[in-house]
Ligand binder design. Sequence first.
Ligand SMILES: CC(C)(COP(=O)(O)OP(=O)(O)OC[C@H]1O[C@@H](n2cnc3c(N)ncnc32)[C@H](O)[C@@H]1OP(=O)(O)O)[C@@H](O)C(=O)NCCC(=O)NCCS
Length: 198
Amino acid sequence: MNSTETAGPDRSSGRSPDLRDYHARERLADDGMLLIRAILPEDGPTLAAAFRRLSPRSIRQRFFDVRKELTPRDIAYFTELDFDQHVGLAGLVDDGDGPVPVATARYIREPGGLRAEMAFVVDDDYQGRGIGTLMFRHLAGIARRRGIQCFEADVLPDNDGMLGVFRRSGYQWSKSPRDDVLHIEVQLDAEPSTESAE
Ligand SMILES: CC(C)(COP(=O)(O)OP(=O)(O)OC[C@H]1O[C@@H](n2cnc3c(N)ncnc32)[C@H](O)[C@@H]1OP(=O)(O)O)[C@@H](O)C(=O)NCCC(=O)NCCS
């Protein structure tokens, strides 16, 4: 897969590049283009609309409940990010008619810690095209550059899509049963193996 990436204009200044300027382009296996950029506050209405399109199954897999709407407070939480503790990426697919927002990926770092909780969602109509895998790769790259050593998530045991993303990531990962979910840990402190990442 071809990919290009820019992470803000101030690399040469020695300061940490501003993730709000993060941009990347990836070619999907079926030849669509995936544009990846930071989630911005103006994405609120798009995110609310995307949530309304999600199937009950995807909502259950992401939130573990059957909520029907995101509250204004949820939307502010999901879009007004500090890009330090809470980092989020939006994925837009261009199949030839212009970019359509279809995915988000985020992590929330524990205060002062080396671990972060991650979460992903891809619109139902766009699942299974490799988008989750690519979003994971970019989010993990950002996290590693910022010193995060481990991603964690709780995943429902029947979430084959998300388990597939971890399997394809190339990173060492483990799952352990915890109540009704699988607790996932992905070790980011070693290079991913390219064999399983492709
Ligand atoms: C989980 C999710 C983010 C994966 O994104 P995606 O873009 O569909 O993932 P990819 O296309 O990169 O596929 C990864 C693997 O999962 C498989 N897969 C994707 N969707 C699947 C599904 N619904 N059922 C079974 N397998 C699926 C793919 O075929 C691929 O498997 P492979 O490694 O055997 O080839 C997406 O399905 C989703 O948003 N689900 C609902 C919300 C959710 O579960 N979030 C995760 C909680 S943190």
